[in-house]
Design a protein around this ligand. Structure first.
Ligand SMILES: [Fe+2]
Length: 195
């Protein structure tokens, strides 16, 4: 059983207890997954409880829909690439496949929405941060291996490093972004900049 993780708004990581989804008789299409996630979000207001229900569906979708792990290669100019699988105006879900070139370090950022990263390939180090009284402090780290899922709350601040010698590939799911609440952070000045 693979452990899943939740990062809270203060940059602390804790295990997220989830239950595997029962086998379905019909194919688990992307639209079924999206519909179920939409219902979970509508019927429950607790983010942790929502993610506990969403994580098993992500794992089932990835296990039963190999087409999702489509070829993707990091852009040599930026070190990363995004394939948008689903993004519809006024629908609070975004689904992406993301690649980071080996050795690439992301900016320190939050997302202004809950998020989920399921690692498909490579190895990803996650550094977490906390901001209090305008100071940015590191809290903890979490290594992510293929098959593992990391979820985070809207104000959790993180930075990823693609380890090893091959790109990291991940399936990323995000809720509805609050663009006033989404920041990149400067580790020297501790300033937050909307991005
Ligand atoms: Fe991120």
């Amino acid at each position: 059983m693979t452990q899943d993780w939740l990062v809270d708004n203060r940059g602390q990581v804790r295990p997220l207890e989830t239950q595997a989804m029962a086998e379905r008789e019909t194919p688990y299409r992307l639209y079924r997954f999206l519909t179920e996630v939409e219902d979970i979000l509508a019927n429950n207001s607790n983010p942790q409880a929502q993610l506990q229900q969403i994580v098993p569906r992500v794992r089932y979708l990835l296990d039963h829909s190999p087409w999702i792990a489509m070829p993707i290669f990091p852009n040599p100019d930026t070190g990363w690439e995004v394939l948008m699988l689903y993004d519809e105006p006024d629908f609070p879900l975004t689904v992406q496949i993301v690649a980071w070139a080996a050795g690439t370090v992301s900016p320190i950022h939050n997302h202004g929405c809950w998020g989920l990263v399921a690692l498909l390939d490579g190895q990803e180090q996650n550094q977490f941060w906390q901001r209090s009284e305008d100071q940015l402090e590191t809290t903890t780290t979490q290594l992510l291996n293929p098959g593992e899922i990391l979820t985070f709350l809207p104000d959790s601040i993180h930075q990823i490093t693609a380890l090893g010698d091959q790109p990291t590939i991940s399936f990323n799911l995000y809720g509805e972004t609050d663009y006033q609440r989404r920041f990149e952070y400067d580790p020297i000045s501790h300033q937050a900049v909307v991005f």
